[in-house]
Design a binder for this molecule. Structure first.
Ligand code: MN
Length: 228
């Protein structure tokens, strides 16, 4: 055991539906994985291979807890996403084997400082401060694949204060879950505890303090948080 000179940080985790907690190692996120969202952001979805960014594991907001509005933005956007929880290590994973590495699924929200991201894009700078800030990853409970299987189609939606904002279908992912896992595993070794946010459908928009965000993915679950 190391002789830590300060108290080691806690291991972030997500409750598992039915009991227990899923310890989180890394959070990978796919950009522009739904054609209509790629178009609303000004890109041609036919021409782009997948790309990834990440969030720190301790950016998670779980159990329906409130999400503090972050500093340094006046354009905080919601992105509802299917989240994949990795349960088995792998590198260079074949598409056909990819789902064997999945522990379960959850609904999550990739909160984004859109104004800061726009500046980063324009200046060809990293997205970290636009995407990887504190409390930037609200996520619902993880449901084991052993219980629900591997969802490949069905509505994914987000409402703000009860009004529909985003609606899509996970069948429209440009890189479906097995393909995304396989591709990402050519870049890094995936490990148990990794989460993958798989991109958002169209309809992203700003939220304000006091707004209640409710995301739903059919056959998976929900994510709920209030911005405060
Ligand atoms: Mn996203």
């Amino acid at each position: 055991m190391p002789d830590f000179v300060i108290a080691p940080p806690a291991i972030p985790s997500v409750p598992v539906a039915g009991g227990g907690d899923f310890p989180v190692r890394r959070i990978y996120c796919i950009g522009r994985n739904y054609p209509e969202h790629a178009r609303e952001m000004g890109h041609d979805p036919e021409r782009e291979p997948p790309f990834f960014f990440s969030k720190p594991a301790d950016a998670l907001v779980t159990g329906g807890a409130e999400t503090p509005y972050p500093p340094a933005t006046s354009d905080l956007h919601h992105e509802i996403e299917l989240v994949v929880a990795i349960g088995g290590e792998g590198a260079g994973i074949a598409v056909a084997d990819a789902l064997d590495h999945v522990f379960g699924y959850a609904a999550g929200i990739d909160l984004t400082r859109r104004d800061m991201q726009a500046v980063a894009k324009k200046q060809a700078r990293p997205w970290d401060m636009a995407k990887a800030f504190d409390h930037s990853a609200p996520v619902g409970d993880i449901v084991p694949a052993a219980r629900i299987g591997h969802p490949a189609k069905g509505p994914i939606a987000l409402a703000v204060n009860g009004k529909d904002r985003q609606l899509g279908d996970i069948v429209d992912m440009i890189w479906p879950v097995p393909d995304a896992i396989a591709y990402l595993s050519t870049l890094v070794t995936l490990m148990p505890g990794d989460l993958i946010f798989t991109g958002t459908p169209a309809g992203v928009a700003a939220v304000e303090r006091g707004d209640l965000l409710q995301g739903t993915i059919a056959g998976v679950g929900t994510v709920t948080t209030r911005i405060v």
